[in-house]
Design a protein around this ligand. Sequence first.
Ligand code: CAO
Length: 424
Amino acid sequence: MAEIRNVLVPDIGNFKGVAVIEVSVKAGDKVKAEQALITVETDKASMEVPAPFDGVVKEVKVKVGDKVSEGDLIVLIEASGAQAAAPAAAPAAQTAAPAAPASKAAPAAAPAATQTVPAAASGSSAHASPSIRRFARELGVDLTKVGGSGEKGRVTKDDVQNFVKKSLAGGTASGGGALPGLLPWPDVDFGKFGAIESKPLSRIKKISGANLHRNWVMIPHVTQFEEADISEMEAFRKELGSEYAKQNLKITPLAFLLKAVAITLKHFPDFNASLDASGENLIVKKYIHIGVAVDTPDGLMVPVIRDVDQKGIVQLAKELGEVSARAREKKITAADMQGGCFSISSLGGIGGTAFTPIINAPEVAILGVSRSSMKPVWKDGEFVPRLMLPLSLSYDHRVIDGAAGARFITYLAHVLSDMRRLAL
Ligand code: CAO
């Protein structure tokens, strides 16, 4: 028949009246030998008192804050299986125990890991019991990052759980949880320093933000810069522009850029590719669809212009105008934004000299375009004024080597500066 046995505080050195800082079991819990029942703490150390045998907890006799000494009753456990029938493991312990009526007493086994608790003020290590340290270790939580809400700043189980919850919670300012080893996002009461207003992010901003964050964190980006001499291209663009103005068609440098990028992608097929889900194969595409970042009042959208290599400048200008108008009128569908091979983000209409665009996964590269300006260029022994277009190419360094990145962007600059190549 199962036997209920008392478990007593074992020899804990010369300490008397030590504080119980954690009770790890409750009535009804199944426990295994060596499993922590309570944790006690002296001025210098915290110690776990483990169960001396397997069984089921019948009653817990202490609570957090109680003071205990050797021989005090901690819990009553109904010993299970063979142990129930067996005599108490340590005969000395039985005699040492102040027996409860109709039950045998057993001191708990010697306290588990004894650990020096560093001064809480040192900040180099957290103040936590061995079981909390183990719990944190299992979850991969760095205890020095967890604020302790217990007595003397001790980290409790709740503190660790709240830390994990906060780290995993989506939609936090940290953008979906701190990465292991990173500090959590600062939670500041901005109102303390002056008037504030809280504005919810738009749906598009939330979606594009989550994508940008993933791409920024998961893709090893390198950005290569170059300037293209677009003096001749610009003269031709203006000519075309005045011709098509009657038809209400605006021809911006971006139409030329789309065409030049398509030609360059044909020359460097590894840029017109994506890594597959395993990350072990490069899927090279035989079509050239290019996404164009469009700034809308609700946030960034990237509609895709298809078969760019098969279209002329005028056709591309037309589609560009249509697609950006539809994006700004919120008429773009999910399908309009799928199937891109490469993206262009043009801030040329706004200004700036260079920037580092974020790759639109699973693409492997993106071109940033800044505002062209007249610059003195050394040519044939003299400075000549040329219209220079700043280009910024970000590429996925897992797929593209630095030399290939530099070759791609110099080839592109060459195509843009030599109009004849656009016809190829
Ligand atoms: N250098 C100098 N002038 C430029 C230029 C450049 N690189 N690019 C465009 N311009 C000029 C255009 O010729 C036009 O001039 P006019 O008003 O005299 O005709 C003016 O700037 C405005 O152009 P635009 O911006 O309307 O047209 P676009 O074809 O260049 O761009 C679009 C269209 C939809 C890409 C753009 O409007 C847009 O939304 N850009 C922002 C994209 C963005 O937010 N990117 C950042 C994403 S995060 O990486």
